[in-house]
Design a protein around this ligand. Structure first.
Ligand SMILES: [Zn+2]
Length: 145
């Protein structure tokens, strides 16, 4: 993903400074309230980007059934705990078409292969992020069927 331009970065810093100022105004000298408000805002911003834990758990269950409990990459049986939802393109979020359920090792490899633009690197060729996402539907057939 391309870095923010100087102009957009300045705007983002402005947003952050305003939010910090509002938290200070609400919390005053109350350290516990500051902690709670900061944490609340942080979590909601995270949900904006990643969805809620409940949404991700439901998607994991769907993917588990669709992939018959097997890693999308290596085909090994996934552990009951610790299977990883991998986004093909981070910016497209945790949707059915944009995710695969992977074992820990395959997820680590996929993370390492994903370059800064959010596209997937296959061998030495970078698959354009949009091409990869567009082709995602056709790759949703579980192996062995
Ligand atoms: Zn795997």
């Amino acid at each position: 993903m391309a870095a923010l331009s100087e102009e957009d970065r300045a705007k983002a810093i402005g947003i952050l400074e305003r939010v910090r100022g509002e938290i200070d105004a609400v919390a005053g000298e109350d350290a516990e309230l500051r902690f709670q408000v900061r944490r609340y805002v942080l979590k909601r911003l995270e949900f904006d980007e990643r969805g809620t834990p409940t949404q991700r758990r439901k998607l994991k269950e769907q993917k588990w059934k669709f992939q018959k409990g097997r890693c999308w990459e290596c085909g090994e049986a996934l552990p009951k705990q610790g299977a990883e939802l991998h986004r093909l393109r981070a910016i497209d979020g945790y949707t059915e078409a944009n995710t695969q359920l992977l074992c820990w090792a395959c997820h680590a490899r996929a993370q390492a292969a994903t370059d800064q633009t959010g596209g997937l690197v296959v061998g030495q060729q970078r698959v354009a992020a949009t091409d990869h996402a567009a082709g995602a539907d056709s790759t949703l057939e579980p192996e062995g069927t």
